[in-house]
Write a protein of this length. Sequence first.
Length: 297
Amino acid sequence: MTSIGFIGTGNMGGPMARNLLKAGFKLSAYDVNADSLKSVVAAGAEAAASPNDAAAASDVVITMLPAGQHVASVYLGDTGIIAAVRPDTLLIDCSTIDVKTARDVARAAQNNGKQVLDAPVSGGTGGAEAATLTFMVGGSSTAFERARPILEKMGRTIIHTGGAGTGQAAKICNNMILGISMIAVGEAFVLAEKLGLEAQRLFDVASKSSGQCWSLTSYCPVPGPVPTSPANRDYKPGFAAELMLKDLLLSQAAAQQTTVDTALGQHAANLYESFVKAGNGGADFSGIIKMIREQRR
Ligand code: NAD
């Protein structure tokens, strides 16, 4: 039976780890926060004493950590898991982090004769619970084919995006589109309100016209047209604004490194920064329509 070391059992990692246990894998789990481990241990995982303790004897190691600095500290250096694992162990980082750190980790793994994939996800905590996540996976084809049957126990759509770092690139480019399009849809609904056009009528037209997009038809930021959207539950997430801001800032760091001018991505990051600074970090990101409504030229 494949043994898996799982490091980082928070809001996303917890349910992902439980789905692997449900699928019959043997799991050794670690989190710096002992409380985060409880539900995973209750579901059958063994509690490890450190990242290396979880990783050293495992066939596969999965990490689900907050940001690049956490991933670097767990993977790199003499005491990191790259140095600790067996040569045949496959390392899979599912955290959303900057492309540069993902590539630093891949280079360190390669220099050490180990296989690593960057495999960030979309689908949120609901997708993690239901095992319907989308994985975007950067790394070698051989490593991808080894990872696929495991990722399929946590997700529904598994896409090989190319070489190291392209999983993270796919994630931040997708979320840059999402952040910009949510603001565009919010602005259109606020303008419609001021022009005396009912929200449902704008939805009826735009959802069948060239303004159609996911932010409108799956996640409409006004209550009514899409009953499942967070607008119908006072913008309870869903996908929290602070996570959208994190992803937009990652896209802007990458844009700066590559000297690409992503003017709308930068503007979206600025608007989400204002929204989060005003105390809305925990609200759903579609709640930015409230800030748009309050702003005046
Ligand atoms: P979280 O904060 O709930 O979980 C992260 C866990 O990592 C925590 O339990 C924390 O204690 C643990 N941790 C931190 N440093 C550690 C270390 N050095 N060793 C071991 N454990 C450590 O965050 P989350 O919501 O589960 O998100 C995890 C990642 O997934 C992030 O990169 C996030 O951007 C991404 N993501 C989140 C969502 C979402 O909706 N929450 C959706 C898609 C992607």
